[in-house]
Design a protein around this ligand. Structure first.
Ligand code: UT7
Length: 351
C-alpha cells in the first residue's frame, strides 16, 4: 500500500467541438462511418499558435483550484505528451514557468496513450522516496499539428470552396488516423495520503519496441537533416498507424493486463468499482468489457465528445468523474490503456 492519493483534477478542451460532418468537408469520410467504427461524434482542436503547455496550464489551474491549493504548493511536475511544443526540450519546464514554478523539477514522460499508468508509478515512487510531496501530473495533446490537411478554413466552414483533388486525396489517405484524434489536457494532483487503505494496490506495465512500426511519426534524428523535403513529400511528419494491428493488440493485451493487475491486488473483477480505460475507439473498450464480462456501467466512456486525446484522456475522464460525483473516496479503480511504443498496462488504485 503506497498512500498515493488524487486530491485535485482539472481539464481543458480548447475552442469549439468539430463534428464528423466538419471532417467530411476535407476528406472522404462520413458521420455514419466514424460513429459506427469508433463511437466518436466530435473532437476539439487548439488554434494554431497554441501548444500543449498552454492547454496543460489551463487544466492545471483548475486542478490546483479544485484541491484548494496554490501553484507553489506543488513540488514536482510530470508532463505526458506525444505532441510537445518543441522537439526538445520537453513541455514540463514550460508549464512550470507558466505556473511560476521556476526551479521546480519537471519531467516529461513519453508513453503516449498509456502515459498515465506510467506516470502513476513514477509519482508513487517519488512520493514514497520522499523526493516529492505533492505532484502535478499532466497529460496534454495538440494532435491538430499533424492533421493531414492545410485547408482549416474549409473544415471550419468559413471557406465554402472544395479542397483541391490533391488535398482531398492526401487527407483521405490518412483518414483512419485523422478521425480519431482530438486535442485537450487533463491534470491531476497527487500526494501521499495517510488514510488507511488508500493508494496504488498493483501495477501491470509493459513495453515492446518490436511493435514500434504499428504507430509512430517516422521522422527523427536517424536522418540528416532530421526533416527534409523528402520527409515532407512522403508525409513522414504524419503518424503512420496500422489501425487494425493496434486494435488487435488492444483487445488482446488489455483484458490480460486488467486481469493481472486485479489478481496482483488480491481482488476479483467484482471488487473493482470502475474500469477507467484510455479512449482510443469505443469498440476497443466494448470488447475489453465483453471479454472480461464487466457490467456496462462500470466502464465509463467519453470518447463521443473528445475523440482520442492520447495522454490527456485518462485525466480528462477522471476529472469528469470526480466533478459529477461518480468517483468517490473509498472506491477502487482499475485504470488501463495501450498506445504507441508499444506501451500498455493496468493499475488498481483505491481512491
Ligand atoms: O490511441 C492508441 C492507439 N490507437 C488505436 O488504438 C487505434 C486502433 N485502431 C482503430 O481504432 C481502428 O483500426 C481505426 C478507427 C483506425 C480504423 O477502423 P477499422 O475498422 O480498423 O478500419 P480499417 O482501417 O480496417 O478500414 C476498413 C475500411 C477501409 O476500406 P476498404 O479497404 O475496406 O474499402 C478503409 O479505407 O474503412 C475505410 N476507412 C474509412 N472510411 C471512411 C478507414 N477510415 C475511414 C474513414 N471514413 N475515416
Amino acid at each position: 500500500m503506497s498512500g498515493f492519493s488524487i486530491v485535485g483534477s482539472g481539464r481543458y478542451l480548447p475552442g469549439r467541438p468539430y463534428t464528423n460532418d466538419d471532417l467530411a468537408r476535407v476528406m472522404d469520410t462520413s458521420d455514419e462511418w466514424i460513429r459506427q467504427r469508433t463511437g466518436i461524434e466530435q473532437r476539439h482542436y487548439c488554434p494554431s499558435g497554441q501548444g500543449v503547455s498552454d492547454l496543460a496550464y489551463e487544466a492545471s489551474i483548475k486542478a490546483i483550484d479544485s484541491a484548494g491549493l496554490k501553484p507553489t504548493d506543488l513540488d514536482y511536475i510530470l508532463f505526458n505528451t506525444m505532441t510537445p511544443d518543441h522537439l526538445f526540450p520537453g513541455s514540463g519546464p514550460l508549464l512550470g514557468a507558466r505556473l511560476g514554478l521556476n526551479g521546480v523539477p519537471a519531467l516529461d514522460l513519453r508513453a503516449q496513450c498509456a502515459a498515465m499508468l506510467f506516470s502513476f508509478q513514477v509519482a508513487d515512487s517519488l512520493l514514497q522516496s520522499g523526493a516529492a510531496k505533492r505532484i502535478l501530473i499532466v497529460g496534454a495533446e495538440a494532435h491538430s499539428g499533424f492533421m493531414p490537411w492545410l485547408d482549416w478554413d474549409i473544415l471550419e466552414g468559413t471557406n465554402k470552396a472544395a479542397p483541391s483533388a490533391e488535398a482531398w486525396e492526401r487527407a483521405t489517405r490518412h483518414r483512419g488516423l485523422a478521425i480519431i484524434f482530438g486535442d485537450g489536457a487533463g491534470a491531476l494532483i497527487v500526494e501521499r495520503s495517510t488514510a488507511p487503505g488508500v493508494g496504488i494496490l498493483s501495477m501491470d506495465l509493459h513495453s515492446d519496441g518490436d511493435l514500434v512500426d504499428e504507430l509512430l511519426i517516422p521522422v527523427g534524428f536517424r536522418s540528416r537533416p532530421y526533416v527534409s523535403e523528402q520527409c515532407l513529400a512522403e508525409d513522414l511528419i504524419i503518424p503512420r498507424m496500422q489501425g487494425r494491428e493496434v486494435f488487435k493488440h488492444a483487445v488482446s493485451k488489455l483484458p490480460q493486463s486488467v486481469r493481472a493487475a486485479v489478481e496482483k491486488a488480491g481482488m476479483t473483477l467484482d471488487d473493482v468499482d470502475w474500469f477507467v480505460g484510455h479512449q482510443a475507439n469505443d469498440r476497443i473498450n466494448s470488447l475489453v468489457r465483453d471479454r472480461l464480462r464487466l457490467p456496462h456501467e462500470k466502464v465509463p466512456t467519453n470518447i463521443a465528445k473528445y475523440g482520442n486525446t492520447s495522454a490527456a484522456t485518462i485525466p480528462i475522464l477522471v476529472d469528469e468523474m470526480r466533478r459529477d460525483g461518480r468517483l468517490k473516496a473509498g472506491q477502487t479503480v482499475c485504470y488501463f490503456g495501450l498506445g504507441a511504443g508499444m506501451h500498455w498496462g493496468a493499475t488498481v488504485v483505491r481512491t
